[in-house]
Write a protein that binds this ligand. Structure first.
Ligand code: PEP
Ligand code: MN
Length: 252
């Protein structure tokens, strides 16, 4: 199967490249994101303006104001941005976002998939926590049906009986998706782990298994974060993982 090359600016995301995506769970302020941009080196920066929260009483994101901040940062710093869209009516705010994320909870929101696909932009399609690899591939076909093959899969952990991590990272899914589709596979160890201390080992396991990139949550001050405080890394913790990945790449 011919591998798909997704070109964004001077970056290429494919089964033959490694792409690092990093940034806070939620965009909290322009200053918060500027700290990350100035202190973290990666290919694309992520931050959620619209947040799918389990409780309606939790911080829901800066919403439209958030996508405006992301658009301004993109222009000021010439950076690539990944951000999640939750519903079709929000899509008008995403025209300048480089990679549109479909979150785990929306993987089978087929009308949303179809509408996002029509923008003809790269889509980071996260696996639902209760969905099989087969269902993830089937969901991607809704994007293909609109003539959009700029698909990036994201394995972010699934629900099992184990409760010591938030979700269980499915390492085998990386190879299966690479074998059965032409699309790159990025791993999100942050939402799988649910705890900062496990992000490094899960990242290294995913790299060893041949993933095409990582999506890691990094926050200027994780303990003060308005969402996912337990799993976000400090800039120093993130840099340590980057160093270990470099070492691994030299070895292999
Ligand atoms: C996220 O990446 O911010 C997120 C909410 O992830 P998931 O959809 O995998 O839970
Ligand atoms: Mn998060």
């Amino acid at each position: 199967m011919r591998e798909k090359e997704i070109k964004i600016g001077d970056k290429v995301i494919s089964q033959n490249t490694f792409t690092m995506i990093a940034g806070p769970c939620a965009l909290e302020s322009k200053e918060q994101m500027e700290y990350i941009i100035n202190n973290v080196t990666c290919d694309f920066y992520r931050a959620g303006a619209y947040k799918p929260r389990t409780s309606p009483d939790s911080f829901q994101g800066l919403k439209r104001k958030g996508t405006e901040i992301l658009n301004n940062l993109k222009n000021e710093y010439s950076i690539g941005i990944v951000s999640e869209v939750m519903s079709i009516d929000q899509l008008e705010n995403f025209t300048n976002i480089d990679i549109i994320q479909i979150g785990a909870r929306n993987m089978q929101n087929f009308d949303l998939l179809t509408a996002v696909a029509k923008l003809q932009k790269p889509i980071l399609l996260k696996r639902g926590m209760g969905n099989t690899v087969e269902e993830l591939i089937a969901a991607s076909k809704y994007i293909e049906k609109e003539g959009n093959d700029q698909i990036i899969f994201c394995e972010r952990g699934i629900r099992t009986f184990e409760t010591s991590t938030r979700f269980m990272l499915d390492i085998a899914a990386i190879s299966i998706l690479q074998q059965e589709t032409p699309y790159p596979v990025i791993v999100d160890p942050s939402h799988a782990a649910g705890r900062a201390d496990l992000v490094e080992p899960l990242s290294l396991a995913a790299v060893a298994a041949g993933c095409n990139g990582l999506l890691i949550e990094v926050h200027p001050n994780p303990r003060e974060a308005l969402s996912d405080a337990e799993q976000q890394l400090t800039v120093e913790e993130f840099r340590k993982i980057q160093g270990k990945i470099e070492q691994w790449k030299k070895l292999s």
